[in-house]
Design a protein around this ligand. Structure first.
Ligand SMILES: [Cu+2]
Length: 70
């Protein structure tokens, strides 16, 4: 199991948290997602996964939801 934190921009509210959480949880390796929301700033997204994720996979999932790695 691997846990990694990412800095993510563009989140402003609970809906953003739900969108990011949903997209990341859709990745088959992911077993848990925790978002520390900093509305309008740099939020911290902590992802627990069975295998380490590539930054590309994380960036792609965030992009699907409309957010970006800081
Ligand atoms: Cu929002």
């Amino acid at each position: 199991v691997s846990t990694t934190s990412y800095s993510v921009t563009g989140l402003t509210c609970g809906h953003c948290v739900t969108a990011v959480t949903g997209q990341l949880n859709a990745l088959p390796e992911v077993s848990g997602v925790h978002v520390d929301l900093v509305a309008g700033g740099v939020s911290t997204v902590t992802v627990t996964s069975a295998e380490p994720l590539t930054e590309q996979a994380v960036a792609a999932a965030l992009d699907e939801a409309g957010y970006q790695l800081a």
